[in-house]
Design a protein around this ligand. Structure first.
Ligand SMILES: NC(=O)c1ccc[n+]([C@@H]2O[C@H](COP(=O)([O-])OP(=O)(O)OC[C@H]3O[C@@H](n4cnc5c(N)ncnc54)[C@H](O)[C@@H]3O)[C@@H](O)[C@H]2O)c1
Length: 268
């Protein structure tokens, strides 16, 4: 999708961090933007930025863990802005801690937002985007944690590996419809992800409160959300699958594939 002027972009998790930067980047290209999130105050701030860029915007309170909520989001996009050309399934949360210490609530919450949120986006939007018969693009936010496993991030890793797999297949499935797919795999980005607990619903809170592991610290540089959004924009325009923003990821990725390559010899 080379030209986004007058197109409609829908961004989940649009109230903060990478999602907000994506909304503003699309608005900067002349796209109208549907901002979706649980956080209404944050969405209002993002919407103000979009209006400043001179395009239309709608904010829709959305819980991506609920299919009905994401379907209602799609309904609003079509009703109020006439469709959706770019969908960013970006809302996400993180918990830290070893897998053996993860609670069932941790699994339900993180997979609910990070994986089911993306699945719901696909379920609610893809049939409509196909029926619209116009070029489109879907961006799923995974993480470098969807390509490399890190100790202490097992629940998050599980959700993000699934998002990478879903995106790789979706790209093949949607090619005939002229709908591209990108999967965003950054390392550290300066956002509010370290305080994800703020959006954990009360019925999934752990009895003893959040784990006492402090804020999530990732290796490598921390990039700004604006920088990352710029890379996503380029991938949408040039229809690239992988958006891997951190060159620090190259060595661990190479080591992972070398281990697999070796395993083929060892297992033969
Ligand atoms: N920040 C990083 O270092 C980093 C690195 C790799 C990947 N990511 C991914 O980037 C994406 C965006 O996160 P961010 O870093 O901007 O964090 P952020 O906390 O700044 O933004 C996440 C947004 O998601 C929203 N959200 C949470 N649960 C939701 C739900 N159930 N329904 C709708 N919205 C919900 C939050 O309200 C928040 O506005 C996530 O998928 C995250 O996993 C972040």
């Amino acid at each position: 999708m080379e030209n986004l002027k007058g197109k409609v972009a829908v961004v989940t998790g649009g109230a903060s961090g990478i999602g907000r930067a994506l909304c503003l980047a699309f608005a900067g290209e002349g796209a109208n933007v549907v901002v979706a999130d649980l956080d209404e105050a944050g969405m209002a701030e993002t919407a103000a930025g979009v209006l400043k860029a001179g395009t239309k915007t709608v904010t829709v309170k959305t819980d991506v863990t609920k299919l009905a909520s994401v379907q209602a989001l799609a309904e609003r996009a079509w009703k109020e802005l006439g469709g959706a050309h770019v969908l960013c399934n970006n809302a996400g949360v993180a918990v830290q801690g070893s897998i053996e210490s993860a609670t069932h609530h941790d699994w339900e919450w993180v997979l609910g937002v990070n994986l089911w949120g993306v699945i719901h986006g696909v379920e609610a939007f893809v049939p409509r985007m196909i029926a619209q018969r116009q070029p489109g693009h879907i961006v799923n936010t995974a993480s470098m944690a969807g390509l490399i496993a890190s100790q202490g991030l097992g629940v998050y890793n599980t959700s993000k590996y699934a998002v990478v797999g879903l995106s790789e297949t979706l790209q093949k499935d949607l090619r005939p419809y002229d709908i591209g797919v990108s999967v965003l795999c950054p390392m550290g980005v300066t956002t509010n992800i370290g305080t994800s607990e703020r959006s954990r619903p009360s019925d999934l809170k752990n009895p003893g409160g959040p784990p006492e592991t402090g804020e999530i610290e990732l290796i490598g540089r921390y990039l700004t959300p604006e920088h990352v959004a710029g890379r996503v924009l380029r991938a949408v325009k040039t229809n690239r699958l992988y958006v891997i923003t951190h060159e620090e990821g190259r060595d661990p990725l190479r080591r992972r594939f070398e281990r697999m390559d070796k395993a083929i010899e060892e297992s033969a």
